[in-house]
Design a protein around this ligand. Structure first.
Ligand code: GDP
Length: 393
């Protein structure tokens, strides 16, 4: 073959040299058995890392290894689950002494502009800032609301910042577990402020609330409908409401919206026990109000640490993480078990043709799962006491 590239048989004759499936010829190298191989070293992106490499690299703050470690944690491949868990276990002692802030808002509210402004301010004050995205859209549609535009250009170039774009599709299942572990990896790499962004359109808020200390809802002024545009449930999660774009002609509207929100908040339960959630204004564009909102975060942090609520919330968050790990492990095992897969396939057909009722189908599937894993089953006995059947024979 004299060509620079190998041309597979099925490539059309008239395909140009840019045809996507022309494959570069491999580099020929010889191992002589004694000395080092004559292959050039693999580029860092292709190199396989051991757990020790990952651990040392993350702890040293190596951004490339941190990115690869996050990819490992985000992987849906069941074979990556155990090593990812082991890595997180090793890094866990190096996490926790940080400030975790969740930021939500509808598309266009100004989240990236705000994070850029806040992130740069914090970096200039000597913090190291990690920005993560929890994007519910990517697990549903495979698309990503948060990741597909050029965002935070200044911050992404800042040597003290690390921005992890939202995974583009494929984040099936375990979003809470994966996001939480990504956050922990960043902390182990030395980032002492973690900003977790999500879009105010789905379940993202609850996921983010379950892993941060402070939850900030970014809102806009509108034509009198500002209070309807955002769900009450989201407002109830908030530790602060921030009316963005309070600049130029919009400044007055923003102050009105702030007063309206403060009135509503007065009647709602605060997102955090012992804290009064209030509305503030800022302009992410001019930077006005950004330092003030950070002062609110610090005041919140001081207060909840003193009251003990900080530790309690983190403890409850850790328990929720434990649950999500266990559930994912079980789901993985079920997905890998051929007997369960066969049963699932069978009942799918029969449900479709109406040969079996949904409840009977569920019973069959549950039986197959129990048989496969010999799960102890908690069965109520006739006298109301409960006993444990250790194997479904
Ligand atoms: P996201 O979708 O929530 O991340 O919103 P972006 O940060 O991408 O902002 C959406 C648009 O609003 C962009 O054109 C920004 O330039 C603009 N924007 C963001 N913050 C402000 C602000 O404080 N004032 C003004 N006037 N425009 C802003």
């Amino acid at each position: 073959m004299h060509d620079e590239t190998y041309r597979p048989d099925w490539v059309p004759e008239d395909a140009g040299s840019q045809f996507a499936c022309r494959v570069m010829r491999g580099r020929e190298g010889v191992r002589d058995g004694a000395g080092p191989a004559s292959f050039p070293a693999a580029p860092p992106s292709a190199r396989r890392f051991s757990l020790d490499d990952y651990e040392a690299g993350v702890l040293a703050g190596d951004r490339m290894i941190l990115s690869r470690a996050i990819t490992l944690v985000e992987s849906n491949a069941p074979r990556h689950f155990e090593p990812a868990q082991e890595l997180v276990r090793r890094l866990l002692p190096h996490t926790g002494e940080t400030t975790r802030v969740g930021i939500t808002g509808v598309p266009g509210a100004g989240k990236s502009t705000f994070i850029e402004a806040l992130g740069c301010l914090l970096c200039d004050r000597g913090h190291r800032v990690a920005v993560l995205a929890v994007d519910p859209s990517s697990s549903v549609s495979g698309g990503s609301i948060l990741g597909d535009k050029t965002r935070m250009e200044l911050l992404s170039r800042h040597p003290r910042a690390f921005i992890r774009p939202s995974p583009s599709g494929g984040t099936l299942g375990g979003v809470t577990r994966k996001s939480r572990e990504t956050l922990l990896l960043c902390e182990a790499a030395g980032y002492d402020v973690v900003l977790v962004e999500t879009v105010g359109v789905g379940q993202g808020e609850t996921t983010v609330r379950s892993m941060v200390d402070f939850f900030l809802v970014l809102v806009l002024t509108g034509a009198g409908d500002e209070l309807q545009g955002i769900k009450k449930g989201v407002i109830e999660l908030a530790d602060a409401i921030l009316v963005n774009k309070a600049d130029g002609d919009n400044r007055r509207n923003a102050l009105v919206a702030q007063a309206d929100y403060n009135q509503v908040l007065h009647y709602l339960r605060p997102g955090t026990e012992g804290w009064t959630t209030r509305a503030y204004t800022c302009s992410a564009l001019t930077g006005e109000g950004i330092a003030d909102i950070w002062a609110v975060v610090l005041e919140f942090r001081r207060l909840v640490r003193e009251s003990g609520f900080f530790q309690r919330r983190r403890y409850l968050q850790t328990l929720a993480w434990v649950e999500s790990m266990a559930e994912e492990h079980l789901r993985n095992r079920m997905a890998q078990n051929s007997a369960v897969a066969a049963c699932r396939e069978d009942i799918r057909r029969r449900v479709l043709t109406g040969d079996i009722s949904p409840t009977a189908a569920a019973r069959e599937l549950i039986d197959a799962m129990e048989k496969a894993f010999f799960l102890p089953v908690d069965v109520p006995s006739s006298d109301g006491a409960r006993f444990v059947r250790s194997s479904p024979d």
